[in-house]
Design a protein around this ligand. Structure first.
Ligand code: ZN
Length: 117
């Protein structure tokens, strides 16, 4: 089975459960981490901003969803890779949880403000 480890703790598989956090390496970048690393990573980013005198702002939701979408699409492409010697049903099973995570991202991206009148 294909796994993508969380770059922060190197323990969790984030291929179908990733969370966008920021890092400050010269400039602000987005990194996808596991559920348990998300808050500590964002706090570290906040502290780094403060130390560097950069105003902290939260990641716009649309940008976070776009990063997640790209990440899940890349993971799906990995499962489709013909170099990966798998039976069709194994391939299908492996990709299913990523497809479901991607569907959730798309659902959240479609949530629009409700008209007030
Ligand atoms: Zn982690």
């Amino acid at each position: 089975m294909r796994i993508t480890r969380c770059p922060r703790c190197r323990a969790e598989d984030i291929s179908a459960d990733a969370h966008p956090a920021r890092v400050l390496r010269g400039q602000t970048g987005t990194v996808l981490v596991c559920r348990s690393c998300y808050r500590p990573a964002e706090l570290e980013y906040r502290i780094a901003c403060e130390n560097a005198g950069i105003p902290y702002t939260t990641l716009p939701i649309r940008d976070g969803l776009a990063a997640l979408r790209d990440f899940y699409l890349d993971r799906l492409a990995e499962w489709r890779d013909p170099e990966l010697l798998l039976e069709d049903d194994e391939r299908e099973q492996g990709a299913a949880r990523i497809r479901s995570a991607l569907a959730d991202v798309d659902r959240r991206a479609r949530i629009a403000p409700v008209d007030s009148d």
